[in-house]
Design a protein around this ligand. Structure first.
Ligand SMILES: NC(=O)c1ccc[n+]([C@@H]2O[C@H](COP(=O)([O-])OP(=O)(O)OC[C@H]3O[C@@H](n4cnc5c(N)ncnc54)[C@H](OP(=O)(O)O)[C@@H]3O)[C@@H](O)[C@H]2O)c1
Length: 267
């Protein structure tokens, strides 16, 4: 059985990703921070559906705790799956805080940086020794980092970190390719209707994807978080480019805002 670690799975996209990965027959280690109840509920949902999940506490803003977290992961892998390694990592934990540039404090900026950029960087670094060759990493980015669709006043600090995460995704993909580890990022459009429905412009047919060239792709959607989670993790065991392919296989994956193509590379 393959095993995935999903950060920030006590609600939203992370919870959905954890549940969908488990449905795919994978074991799940999920993390929560301030909402242990939410983490336990995600694990209970997975167990109820016949899967196996372990919920662990993790504050991704505290890089100094990552080695201890890795030790906990090692123990859990051994005790629960009789394994020394895991296969998939979803760097999803995050929060948004908005303020105009003129009002943004260093404290706000630093907290966003620690959670959204430094956290995924060093958590991945610390977990890499436990990661099996041929695995996959998905980083949860944001459309706010892409000027074409997401430029909104107030998101400067948040979006800067997500933009940094996009760059990091590319370097991870490059460096980890020697071990056959695929790295991609997905992003959800910040604005979506309260009822979670797609925007009126989201009626395009799935667009043809460009050829996989070892670069990570983005995906965006107005759909609610559980659907993004479902798609981003539809089948992480697919060959290189799998996340993009998995997204393409989701019927709604190309229903994008503003008429943009569903599969944008970095070229
Ligand atoms: N929803 C959107 O429209 C949207 C758009 C673009 C990008 N995103 C990105 O998608 C990811 C998930 O967002 P969501 O919408 O699903 O939000 P959510 O429902 O609020 O879930 C956020 C998750 O991240 C965890 N988290 C927050 N700060 C953390 C920290 N310091 N350490 C560890 N875990 C932490 C939370 O844990 P606790 O609750 O247990 O503290 C929770 O499990 C984020 O990276 C967000 O930036 C979301």
């Amino acid at each position: 059985m393959k095993v995935a670690i999903i950060t920030g799975a006590s609600s939203g996209i992370g919870r959905s990703a954890a549940i969908e990965i488990a449905k795919g027959g994978n074991g799940v280690i999920l993390t929560y921070s301030t909402n242990p109840q939410g983490g336990l509920e995600t694990a209970a949902t997975i167990e109820k559906e016949g899967g196996t999940a372990v919920a662990l506490p993790l504050d991704v803003s505290e890089a100094g705790t990552f080695v201890a977290f890795r030790d906990r992961v090692s123990d859990v892998l051994r005790e629960t799956w009789q394994r020394d390694t895991f296969d998939y990592l979803v760097n999803n934990a995050g929060f948004a805080q908005t303020s105009l540039i003129e009002d943004t404090t260093e404290e706000t900026f630093d907290r966003l940086m620690r959670v959204l950029l430094k956290g995924p960087y060093f958590l991945t670094q610390k977990l890499l020794p436990l990661m099996a060759d041929g695995g996959a990493i998905v980083n949860t980015s944001s459309n706010s980092a892409t000027a074409a669709t997401g430029l909104e006043p107030g998101y400067s600090a948040y979006a800067s970190m997500k933009g940094g995460l996009d760059v990091l995704t590319r370097y991870m993909a490059k460096e980890f390719s020697t071990r056959g580890i695929r790295v991609n990022s997905v992003c959800s459009s910040a604005p979506r209707r309260a009822d979670g429905t797609a925007s009126p412009t989201s009626n395009s047919q799935p667009s043809p994807t460009s050829g996989w060239n070892g670069q990570p792709d983005h995906e965006s959607t107005h759909r609610p978080p559980q659907q993004l989670g479902r798609a981003m993790c539809a089948d992480p065991s697919l060959p290189p480019g799998s996340v993009r392919v998995a997204l393409r296989h989701a019927a709604w994956a190309s229903e994008l805002d503003d008429g943009h193509h569903g599969h944008r590379g970095f070229a």
